[in-house]
Design a protein around this ligand. Structure first.
Ligand SMILES: C[S@@+](CC[C@H](N)C(=O)[O-])C[C@H]1O[C@@H](n2cnc3c(N)ncnc32)[C@H](O)[C@@H]1O
Length: 220
């Protein structure tokens, strides 16, 4: 098929950010502090955070879920777009990385909206379902260990209301999804979920070349 999506070199990407990024001091400092960490590449792209905030507002979301917090950039972006009485349940296993997240959430004044649950995310999501959370979330973001992506996707679909949105990160996996030599567990898991969502009648979905690839799937 003829390609109509623009290729993006560094100069064009810098232009995109220069004319469209709504940045501020907290976001900038969180990016700078995270850039000093060994696993800095795990942080989402700034324009992706901005897109997720916009989607959160467009959805009129008040209940949000996040699987994979790291230093808190995506959670901060979404939490700021929630109303004052909105809630984001954020799942991670790392005390160390989420301590940085908490610091910036507090600074941004959104710490009261975020409930951080430190446990394997499948356990937290199963607990939310057991607590009666089925159909009670407006929006969810999946960005943790790739081998569990399918488990997270299935649980998020249960927890989302009809018309709710699940966003799945790293769906292009730096291009590894089309590398026939790459049969690592992470890559296979992402490929399998991409194929599954492509044909999943329970959702209406689109895969976007934003960041490392972002799928948006609306629960029918
Ligand atoms: C790609 S990072 C998340 C990046 C984050 N969304 C951001 O905006 O910077 C993945 C996170 O998933 C967490 N994680 C890994 N395995 C997990 C599990 N089984 N349950 C919950 N979180 C997990 C890691 O600790 C890490 O913080």
């Amino acid at each position: 098929m003829e390609r109509k999506t623009v290729g993006m070199d560094d100069a064009l990407y810098d232009y995109l950010l220069s004319v469209s990024l709504r940045d501020d001091d907290v976001l900038r400092r969180l990016r700078e502090e995270t850039a000093g960490l060994e696993w800095a590449r795990m942080q989402i792209a700034p324009e992706q955070g901005q897109l997720m905030a916009l989607l959160t507002r467009l959805m009129g979301a008040s209940r949000a879920l996040e699987v994979g917090v790291f230093t808190g950039y995506s959670a901060l972006s979404v939490a700021r777009a929630l109303p004052e009485d909105g809630r984001l349940v954020a799942c991670d296993v790392s005390e160390e990385w989420t301590a940085i997240a908490r610091r910036y959430w507090r600074e941004a004044g959104v710490d009261g909206k975020i409930e951080l649950r430190l446990a394997p995310a499948t356990e937290t999501l199963d607990r939310l379902i057991a607590e009666g959370g089925e159909g009670s979330f407006d929006i969810a973001f999946i960005d943790a260990d790739k081998e569990s992506y399918d488990a997270y996707y299935e649980r998020c679909l249960v927890l989302l209301r009809r018309g709710g949105l699940v966003m799945i990160d790293n769906v292009l996996w730096s291009g590894a999804v089309i590398d026939p030599e790459d049969e690592t567990a992470d890559t296979r898991a992402i490929r399998a979920l991409n194929a599954k969502i492509g044909a999943d009648k329970r959702v209406e979905a689109v895969m976007l070349p934003v960041g490392d690839g972002l799928t948006l799937a609306r629960k029918a």
